[in-house]
Design a protein around this ligand. Structure first.
Ligand code: ZN
Length: 464
């Protein structure tokens, strides 16, 4: 996520209008799902009703994905309307006969309030599915499907793949990871290019930019990220814009729960220029260049996105290379100010608790720069390494670790990134970015460009 320079401001008073889901079609006929959900909402988007049928034996209990959402459960019954016992939001399903169904109701407003990254305004909602999708407690079901039946004018947008009859397929990560699902009144707009079918959903009214301009911005960002490896890293992506005050992008986050979704908190007065110049938008979509990584490797995950958030706009002429270098140099100075001397891997694992974002992000960015320069020294580049290795994790929803990822990036060549990464993980002090910047001809104190033995490498990094 973008935690360093952006703050997660609550989108107060944001009016959300939602969208719907035209999800991607999938060709193969999946095996019979073990769990079948039918979900509906009322026209006011206040109450969600779900019917969940078990192909076989029912689990012992059903629970929400977000534990705090337990308070939103209103009631649960069997298919005949007989009450099923619930305890603190947990539905006791043990003993139900095989093949039975459970119905439950969720107070959507209460569900939204149970998680930090949810927006409810004007009666419309966006949040993770974990606040309304009750599931086997303690384990993700092997295969699940979900079908919405919605009143006229209500649209639900999800990042999940859909089958021929608009039944959505829920993969394991729809249950193990948060996602973004929007309930509202408007369908997202398709932006197809560079190998991705993106669906763009600006929520609410009052945007200074019209849909064409927003779509043009998304298209440019997609093209920039796709340029790293020749195509956009994922095939389907839901992009939700949540309105806020001002004209800047205040926050962004990518989630992978059952599919790929990005949410941006964007000022309603945003212009084409403020949008394309925002590092947040480049940063978030650059995350998709890598597979999901464990929290211990957040330095690598965040570092790569932070590196490309500066490099890509420079390559596309959105910002001058001088500015990209000045921003990188300034980031390194901030990161070096951290007094934390735990190994970088440990600092990454503890980052959400310690709020030690600066060191983790910028040490990771230093890695990306160091790696790119080293690879270019042997006639390759970070772009090339990503392009060659990416098929290894394409479509792979599992969580990778840095060792495996860097070995994949090294490929058959003598290991370069793997040992460099091992050094970074163990590093207790901030890497010596001053030395690297001087070799590149970038003055560490202010990022001004000057002579350096690697000045040509420096210029090649930011060249279109
Ligand atoms: Zn990030």
């Amino acid at each position: 996520m973008t935690g360093v320079r952006a703050r997660a401001t609550a989108p107060s008073g944001a009016l959300l209008v939602a969208l719907f889901a035209v999800a991607p079609a999938s060709g193969d006929r999946p095996p019979e799902p073990a769990r079948r959900y039918e979900v509906s909402v009322d026209e006011a988007l206040e109450i969600l009703r779900a019917r969940l049928c078990f192909a076989d034996r029912a689990p012992a209990r059903l629970a929400p994905g977000v534990p705090e959402a337990a308070v939103a459960l209103m009631d649960a019954t069997d298919d005949a309307g007989r009450p099923i016992a619930t305890r603190r939001g947990i539905v006791e399903t043990a003993g139900l006969p095989p093949g039975s169904c459970v119905r439950y109701r969720v107070d959507l407003g209460a569900a939204m309030r149970s998680t930090r990254f949810a927006v409810s305004a004007g009666g419309e909602h966006v949040s993770t599915q974990g606040v309304w999708l009750w599931r086997d407690a303690g384990a993700a079901p092997p295969r699940a499907s979900l079908r919405f039946s919605l009143p006229r004018g209500v649209v639900v947008s999800t990042p999940w793949p859909s089958g021929p009859d608009r039944t959505l397929r829920l993969t394991q990560t729809a249950f193990t990871r948060p996602g973004f699902v929007a309930f509202g009144r408007r369908a997202p707009r398709a932006v197809e290019r560079a190998g991705v079918c993106a669906r763009l959903l600006p929520l609410g009214d009052g945007w200074a930019l019209d849909d064409d301009a927003l779509a043009a911005w998304l298209a440019e960002t997609i093209d920039g990220v796709a340029s790293v490896r020749g195509r956009f890293p994922v095939s389907d992506l839901l992009v939700i814009l949540v309105p806020a005050h001002g004209d800047q992008v205040a926050f962004g986050m990518v989630r992978r729960g059952g599919g790929y979704a990005a949410l941006y908190l964007v000022g309603r007065d945003a212009t084409r220029e403020t949008l394309r110049r925002s590092w947040v938008t480049w940063h978030e979509l650059s995350h998709l260049l890598l597979p999901a990584l464990r929290s211990r490797d957040a330095w690598l995950y965040e570092g790569l996105a932070t590196y490309y958030q500066e490099v890509l706009p420079a390559r596309r002429g959105v910002q001058p290379p001088e500015r990209a270098w000045a921003t990188l140099a300034e980031g390194f100075r901030r990161g070096a100010r951290s007094a934390d001397t735990t190994p970088l891997g440990d600092a990454s694992a503890a980052m959400m608790q310690t709020r030690g974002f600066e060191r983790v992000y910028w040490a990771g960015t230093a890695f990306a720069l160091e790696a790119d320069v080293a690879l270019r020294g042997r006639g390759s580049s970070l772009d090339h390494a990503l392009r060659r290795a990416a098929p290894r994790w394409r479509g792979d929803a599992t969580i990778w670790d840095a060792e495996r990822l860097l070995a994949a990036l090294d490929g058959a060549a003598p290991p370069l990134l793997a040992p460099l990464g091992a050094r970074w993980t163990a590093q207790r002090s901030f890497p010596d970015t001053d030395r690297l910047l001087r070799r590149l001809g970038v003055r560490p104190g202010d990022g001004v460009l000057e002579d350096g033995e690697l000045a040509r490498v420096r210029d090649a990094i930011m060249a279109p």
